[in-house]
Design a protein. Sequence first.
Length: 171
Amino acid sequence: MIAATNRDLAEEVRQGKFREDLFYRLNVFPIQVPPLRERPEDIPLLVWAFIKELSGKMGKQIRLVPKRTMEELQHYFWPGNVRELRNVIEHAMIISSETTLQVNLPKIPGVSKPALSSLEQVEIEHIVQVLEKTNWKIKGHGGAAELLGLNPGTLYSKMRKLGISNHPQKS
């Protein structure tokens, strides 16, 4: 028998919310899988697996997931875990008319990103926001480097280090 839950059953037993005898019957070989938000490196593989699975059913051939789209998928919080990712990819397959996947991430009221992000993540988000504000103009008057108070060479270097493409692919 295989059983799965997103609940901490040991804690539930301690609180008297789950039967102790049942817990020990189920807890023979526990496998802990972290939530999708803690393993963003798995997202590209899952996205392509879902695309492959759904392509036959929908009669569509998706050949490209823009880098920026994949980055957005990897930075999304995924409160619904892998099931939510599959639903998002299925929706994207339905609305994509070409061979490029067009993804609309959910905007769910009351669900937000975790309060704390890594410094690197905050830096990426801030730089991308400024780049979008300047229409990805990096140097010159009104460019992202000027708004960020950085030398353009420093900004290019930082973008390379953080994996930010200076030519986003438009879908």
